[in-house]
Design a protein around this ligand. Structure first.
Ligand code: FAD
Length: 357
């Protein structure tokens, strides 16, 4: 039986573990944090993420916590609530927002008990494994390459009770700041505020800063903030990789998820890409000899993930822009352009790999 070590029990590491364990691999996952230590708020999963979850056999378990499709108007609006651009429901019919902690729980439950060793920080080479998957995130010690600050920071939260979104979700845009609203399946609301400022800018009271900036924006933003426990709000400065990597493979070590291609969250695709990576790696490792499989993984995943990372950064720059022309551009973008972009983002199916004769 082939043996794989996976560094990191994030979304990428857990999904890889599920895929390979179901294909008969002996899987060991090492996670430096304790069990159930996942913080965070909501997470958007798109059609591509769900198809990749289906490919490893975890799609239905995740759909069960993701709830039915939403019929809210979504897109971008001004801080007074006037819509600049809306997105056709047909383009995001599979989009669901889940709570991160629920997703982690469901993915962990799909594994055989004891697969993940918690509280184990990997700080050197791992011997005795046929493949090592470094799914150790943005600051991957395995990768070592520098990260760069995007120019904006974020706060994320989830309301403690259901709040009526008054028919609308998506992002509302100010000058160098924006606020996002998304419904969770149980009626609670996942929200995020994003503001351009130097990295690490300190605030004596983080939540007071969020209120100061956003509580006067359109309804129901003030109500959403009122319904949030300030202690559960997460502040994250947004980074991506300083440079695209020339390879996702180092000998028998494979980089996956944010470790390979950390991107800004402006397209809501980082975790979706990690899940696609996991499904692709599972597919090639169950079809090809190990050396060929990891070369194929690199060849298949690098172009797509690096293109998505580039687009995410450009989208972030546009959405954070202080230039009033930004709103004109959003209003005048033809729906066919948005449709093309969203379709390309969500187009994913398992790679077709066959053994050479
Ligand atoms: C504000 C914000 C909003 C986002 N929203 C979305 C969204 O809506 N949709 C989406 O798809 N993506 C979103 N993302 C991106 C998404 O969170 C990441 O892309 C995703 O979590 C990456 O998963 P991962 O498994 O690669 O890495 P991580 O989730 O970072 O997991 C890495 C794991 O490795 C562990 N680890 C690190 N080093 C070691 C070590 N030496 N030994 C053992 N364990 C180690 C860490 O503790 C961690 O658990 C967002 C990101 C941010 C910052």
């Amino acid at each position: 039986m082939s043996r794989v070590a996976i560094i990191g029990a994030g979304i990428g590491g857990l999904t890889t573990a599920i895929g390979l364990q179901r294909r008969g691999w002996d899987v060991s996952v090492f996670e430096r944090s304790g069990a159930n230590s996942q913080v965070g708020a909501g997470l958007s999963l798109f059609g591509n993420g769900f198809r990749a979850l289906d490919a490893v056999g975890a799609g239905d378990a995740v759909r069960a916590i993701a709830g039915p499709p939403q019929r809210l108007t979504t897109g971008q609006r001004r801080r007074d609530g006037r819509w600049l651009a809306t997105t056709a429901h047909s383009l995001i019919s599979e989009l669901r927002v889940v709570h991160r902690a629920d997703l982690h729980r469901v993915l962990t439950d799909e594994l055989e008990p004891g697969t993940v060793t918690y509280g184990k920080e990997v700080d050197g080479p791992l011997d005795g494994f046929d493949v090592v998957v470094a799914a150790d995130g943005l600051r991957s010690p395995t990768r070592g390459t520098a990260i760069r600050y995007s120019g904006y920071t974020s706060w994320r939260g989830v309301t403690t009770r259901p709040v009526d979104l008054l028919g609308g979700a998506g992002e509302s845009l100010g000058r160098g700041e924006r606020f996002g609203l998304a419904p969770l399946p149980d009626g609670r609301v996942y929200w995020f505020g994003v503001v351009s400022m130097p990295a690490g800018t300190p605030f004596p009271d983080e939540f007071a800063e969020v209120r100061r900036r956003f509580a006067s924006w359109h309804a129901p933003i003030a109500e959403v903030l009122d319904a949030t426990d300030p202690a559960a709000v997460v502040r994250t400065d947004i980074h991506d990789l300083a440079k695209p990597l020339p390879s996702f493979v180092m000998g028998s070590v494979v980089l996956l998820g944010d470790a390979a291609h950390a991107m800004t969250p402006d397209l809501g695709q980082g975790a979706n890409m990690a899940i696609e990576d996991a499904a692709t790696l599972t597919c090639v490792l169950s079809t090809l000899p190990i050396k060929d499989a990891i070369a194929a993984y690199d060849e298949i995943r690098r172009p797509r993930t690096q293109a998505v990372a580039r687009k995410a950064r450009l989208m972030g720059r546009l959405l954070q822009s202080r230039n009033p022309l930004r709103d004109v551009l959003l209003r005048l973008t033809p729906p066919s352009v948005t449709a093309r972009q969203l379709t390309a983002l969500q187009q994913w199916s398992p790679p077709e790999v066959t053994l050479a004769a």
